[in-house]
Design a protein around this ligand. Sequence first.
Ligand code: 6VV
Length: 149
Amino acid sequence: MTVDIVAPGWHLAGSPVAQPHGADEELVWRFMQELTTNDAEKLGTWFSDDAMYQNMPLPPAHGREAVTGMLAGLFTVMRIEKVETFHICSRDGLVLTEREDLLTAIPTGKSVALPILGVVSVRDGLITGWRDYFDLRAFEEAVEMSLRG
Ligand SMILES: O[C@@H]1CCC[C@H]1O
């Protein structure tokens, strides 16, 4: 069965919030596309030295090295196949993304289009914080793999 991202009924396709506006949103929009490189070292360069990253159902990473390491760890068990950012908006450097990430678990080969609310803080062209909110149980049941060890 092929899994893909399908635009949800609540997608405001023609709305200004469906496209990035301003440098911070442009940066986050491009970063979300860059995720599909699954290249932790390359993605790590987008972060400030003092950055944090957390998939909210799991522990956080603090500092660019730890963020890069967390991404590298994720990419040993999953591939980010596609990212669709349906809505993006921001104020004062805090960017909200309403997305679906198409994720494949490497051990099982199972994929899921996971709805995610991503909160990204940007300062001087670098990401200082990235927090993704999603249903971990929905992910684990769909791909038949636990992220909790
Ligand atoms: O797509 C990324 C990796 C796992 C969930 C989200 O943060």
